[in-house]
Ligand binder design. Sequence first.
Ligand code: ARG
Length: 587
Amino acid sequence: MNQKKKRASYVFNSLYDQIELLVSGEFGDANPEVRRPPKESGAQFAVPCFRYAKVKKETPVMLAEKIAERWNSGLKAGGLITRFEPAGGYINVFADQRMLLEEIFKDINALGEDYGTYRQKEETIVVDYCSPNIAKPLTVGHLRSTIIGQALINILKARGYEVVGINFLSDWGTQFGKLLYAFNQWGDENLFEKDPIGHLVDLYVRFHAELDVNPSLEDEARDCFKRLEQGGEEERALWLRFRKASLADFEETVARLGVCFDYNWYESDFEKKAHELIDRLLDEGIAERSQGAVIITTSDDDNPPLVAKKSDGTTLYASRDLASAIERIEKFKPVTKLLYVVATEQNLHFVNLAKALERLGFPGICQHIRFGMVSLPSGKISTREGRVVYLDDLLDEAERRAEEIVKEKNPDMPEDKRAQVARRVGIGAVIYADLSQDRIKDITFDWSKMLAFDGNSAPYLQYAAVRCAKILEKAEPEEQNPMKVLKEEDIPATVDKMTEPETIDLLLHLGRFPQAVSEAAQRYAPHVVAGYLYELATLLSRFYTQVPVLKASDENTRLARLALVHSTGLVLRKGLAILGIRVPVEM
Ligand code: ARG
């Protein structure tokens, strides 16, 4: 009988948990730091003692020695942990390699496609991402928000959370009065039809140019917005057209990145709710009147209070966002986190939002997922008539360049196939260039680095995944799905065949995949998964050049190695899918 079943936990995780428990027991630290030691150490984990040494007024080296000795004497034989070794202020933790290898293999064998994912948690996380302004093109900032947001959604889902993704469209504010006025004056239906956002941007620019010579346009625009606010039919109909056309445009662009939003929410829908919320907060004494405006003060003196209502009685971005946050908390109960994947520039806005939510009884729920700026490569796409970068142009350029490379590497590939490969490689390259770095950092898109087939790039990882599939295709039919052939009871004998360091390193690294997912979820850091995958692809290539797979000396060894290739392909594909990157059928 093939005992394929859900396993309770991953072996590296239980090792990690054991260490965490030891450290917190020893030092009373609820959040201990457990690191990955340098590879040469041969250890699986390391516990830094520096922080504790300070408290205990000892040198880290001495403390590590003392603790390691004590922990060693408490070890039971036959457990996963075999010994602790002090190493310059760290305690290195060694595990029983044989046991690790077997458990890793069992996990992959039992879980298959589910390997690396976790059981469902009851908690919901709401992710706000992309969230552009209507009537304006998507910026590279929105590109980053979309890519990082989607990866986080996938990571958190894999970690077992219920996740809701919201595209929150900014569609309210006095600028729409300007646009309404400009469209009525100079709008061209044909141009709007062809390129709605482009035309609206032009009209907006024209409005400001005309404003310079005719300041009374300001009043005209204000009147237009007032009529829109009061539900004027004509204004509303036109504004809805702007919104509809913008959304269609955005959705088409992000679909190229494989993104589809769970919800599109509109800021304007929270205008009324913001008024209601502010009234309630005034009643409850959480908000107060100040010089005609309404503010929410926080305990923090460093930051100005959140202005909920201006003295003219209108709401602001901040109060509409607050009302929308409350709606998210209520609608998707039980929500543990509201994530906002928005550029670092809006830091202050989110500090205020978090503070206000804290005063409303939701401390720590709001988390701003910041990211740095992007510099684009010079060339065609960097500007369009001196204006903004169109994301579609950027993605087109990526695909075009990918196609050139694929054509060069694989001249015989039929054209339709090549187009698919170019699409996946080009888009994958853009996504990976973003996600492979810590999101806080500014990034520069460098085409040759992004599209290099050898290096830390999407094509390198995609190629590794394709290679795994190709190796399996060349095996005998009955060996092509080695995990189907291998039963749980065969695993010890299979692991017996894994003796070369390259083989062992590869399998051990496969065992760390669930941990990478978990760490990425905990730190909201997709680059942890990216870094993991790059290392996996590198280990695969080392294994493949050193250890014969199809030409292995005997049948069982061959099956064991094929199983390893199969597992590596599975994890590569899954990890890339988590990042939002698709693997081409061929490369
Ligand atoms: N529309 C804003 C911008 O493009 C970002 C909105 C972010 N989301 C939010 N709930 N505030 O800059």
